[in-house]
Design a protein around this ligand. Structure first.
Ligand SMILES: Cc1cc2nc3c(=O)[nH]c(=O)nc-3n(C[C@H](O)[C@H](O)[C@H](O)COP(=O)(O)OP(=O)(O)OC[C@H]3O[C@@H](n4cnc5c(N)ncnc54)[C@H](O)[C@@H]3O)c2cc1C
Length: 406
C-alpha cells in the first residue's frame, strides 16, 4: 500500500492530461495513472473548434499548438454520388461566424505538449486500474500489478470503457451500428491542399479530408457496420481497399490521399455513445469520485466535439477542485472531504446539460448525414445542407472560462 495521494486521475488521454495541467497551473499536484507504457495517440488527429482553443488557452498551451497547425478558413460539403457542392461556409466571413478558430490537431503533438508541461513524475505508465473501493474519506485504487493507492479525489478519464464510470453506475456505452476508418498521410514537401475542411456525404457514408499543417493530412470515412468489419479489422490493406471502393465521384487528388496512406497509418473503430438520457439522470460525481472526457460523455464523431469537450471538462473540473481546495490549511479530513464532494458536484452541474447537448446533436447529425434513402438524401442535400454546415459552429460557440473563477 502506498501513501495517500491527494488527487488520482485515471487515464493520460486528452481529458486526464488537461485536468492534471489545469490543476498544476493552480499549484495543485495530481498523479495520472495510465495503463499503456507511453502516451496513446490512437486516431492520428482531431478537429479542434473554437471552444477547444478557449480551453487550450486557459491552460496555457494554445500558442505552441497554433504554431504547428494551420487554421482552417472554410468548410465545404459535397456529395459522393454527383461530386457537387451542397454547402460552403466561410469561418471568418465578416458579420457571420467571425472569430471562429478551427484547426486539425495531431494527437501526438497535443498529448506530448500537455505531458511536457507537467512535472516529470506526474504520469505513472503501465498502471492499469482494475478496481475501486471506499475506505472512510479515501478511495482505494487497485492496480493490475497489485499496488493499492489511497486517493482523496479520484477522477476517471479512462475513456469509453471506463472502470470509474462503471463504479459510478453508468452502463457501457452503446454501439451505434456505424464504424470509422481513419488515416493520416505525411508529405515530404507541401501537400498543396487549401486550408479547408472537405466533407462528402451520400448513400450511407461520410468522408472527410482535413489538412493539419503544410505536410500532413488527416482523413476519415464513416459507414454502417456490417459483417465486413470483422474481416477488415485484421487488415489495413482491406480497409484501404474498402474506402477506395466507396468514394464515388471525388477528385483525383482526394483519392490520391487515400492511396498514399501507409498501412500502419490506418485504423478502424466501431462508434459508440452514451444515450443522452443516461447523462441526465446518471451520477457524474459521487462523493469524492467523478468522470471526465469519453468516460463521461462518449459521443459519435459527427460534429467533431468529443476531444474538444474533454478539454472543456478538464478546465472546468480543475477550476471547481481549485475552488474547493482553496485555503485548506488546517482543515479537518471531514471538512476537506465535504469541500471536495461539493466541488465535484458543482463540476457535474456545470457539465450535465452541455454533455447532453453535445451527445444529442452529434447523434442527430450523424443520423441525417449518413442516412440512405431517397427522401432523406433529398432533405439532407437540398433542404438541410446549410443548417447542418452551421450547426458545428453554433455548438463550438462555448467558452469554458479561465482556470480561476474571478
Ligand atoms: C472516429 C473518431 C473521430 C473523432 N474525431 C474527433 C474530432 O474530430 N474532434 C474531437 O474533438 N474529437 C473527436 N473524436 C473523439 C475523441 O477522440 C475523444 O473524445 C477523445 O480522445 C477522448 O479523450 P479521453 O481522454 O476522454 O479518452 P481517451 O483518449 O480514450 O484516453 C483514455 C486513456 O485512459 C487510459 N485507460 C483506459 N482504461 C484505463 C485503466 N483502467 N487504467 C489506466 N488507464 C486507463 C487509456 O489507455 C487512454 O490513454 C473522435 C473519435 C472517433 C472515434
Amino acid at each position: 500500500m502506498e501513501a495517500v495521494k491527494d488527487i488520482v486521475i485515471v487515464g493520460a488521454g486528452i481529458a486526464g492530461l488537461t485536468t492534471a495541467l489545469g490543476l498544476h497551473r493552480l499549484g495543485i499536484r495530481s498523479l495520472v495513472l495510465e495503463s499503456s507504457d507511453g502516451l496513446r495517440t490512437t486516431g492520428f488527429a482531431l478537429t479542434t473548434w473554437t471552444n477547444a482553443w478557449q480551453a487550450l488557452d486557459a491552460i496555457g498551451i494554445g500558442e505552441p499548438l497554433r504554431q504547428q497547425h494551420n487554421q482552417l478558413f472554410r468548410s465545404q460539403t459535397l456529395t459522393t454520388s454527383s461530386g457537387l457542392s451542397t454547402a460552403e461556409r466561410q469561418f471568418d466571413a465578416p458579420g457571420t461566424q467571425r472569430g471562429h478558430e478551427i484547426r486539425c490537431v495531431q494527437r501526438r503533438i497535443l498529448l506530448e505538449t500537455l505531458a511536457n508541461e507537467l512535472p516529470g513524475d506526474t504520469i505513472r505508465y503501465s498502471s492499469k486500474v482494475v478496481s475501486i473501493d471506499g475506505s472512510g474519506y479515501l478511495k482505494l485504487v487497485h492496480l493490475s500489478d497489485g499496488l493499492i493507492l489511497k486517493a482523496k479525489v479520484l477522477i476517471g478519464c479512462d475513456g469509453v470503457n471506463s472502470a470509474v464510470a462503471k463504479w459510478l453506475g453508468f452502463k457501457m456505452p452503446a454501439l451505434v451500428g456505424r464504424s470509422a476508418i481513419r488515416g493520416s498521410v505525411y508529405y515530404e514537401h507541401s501537400h498543396g491542399f487549401e486550408p479547408k475542411s472537405l466533407r462528402y456525404f451520400d448513400e450511407g457514408v461520410r468522408f472527410g479530408v482535413v489538412p493539419c499543417n503544410d505536410t500532413s493530412i488527416y482523413w476519415f470515412f464513416t459507414f454502417s457496420s456490417s459483417s465486413q468489419n470483422e474481416e477488415m479489422e485484421e487488415s489495413s490493406a482491406k480497409m484501404k481497399q474498402f474506402v477506395l471502393g466507396k468514394l464515388g465521384k471525388i477528385p483525383d487528388n482526394m483519392r490520391a490521399v487515400i492511396e498514399k496512406t501507409e498501412l500502419d497509418d490506418i485504423i478502424l473503430s466501431p462508434l459508440t455513445f452514451r444515450p443522452p438520457w443516461e447523462i441526465l439522470w446518471g451520477s457524474i460525481s459521487k462523493t469524492n469520485v467523478c468522470v471526465a472526457g469519453d468516460a463521461f460523455h462518449p459521443m459519435t464523431p459527427d460534429i467533431g466535439q468529443g476531444g474538444c469537450a474533454a478539454l472543456e471538462d478538464g478546465v472546468i473540473l480543475a477550476r471547481c477542485l481549485g475552488e474547493a481546495l482553496r485555503d485548506k490549511q488546517g482543515m479537518s479530513s471531514e471538512e476537506e472531504y465535504k469541500r471536495i464532494e461539493m466541488g465535484l458536484q458543482s463540476y457535474a452541474r456545470e457539465r450535465r446539460w452541455r454533455a447532453f447537448e453535445l451527445i444529442s446533436t452529434a447523434h442527430m447529425v450523424g443520423y441525417i448525414q449518413q442516412s440512405n434513402g431517397r427522401v432523406l438524401n433529398f432533405l439532407r442535400n437540398r433542404v438541410l445542407a446549410t443548417f447542418l454546415a452551421r450547426l458545428p459552429l453554433k455548438i463550438a460557440s462555448y467558452d469554458c472560462g479561465k482556470l480561476r473563477a474571478s
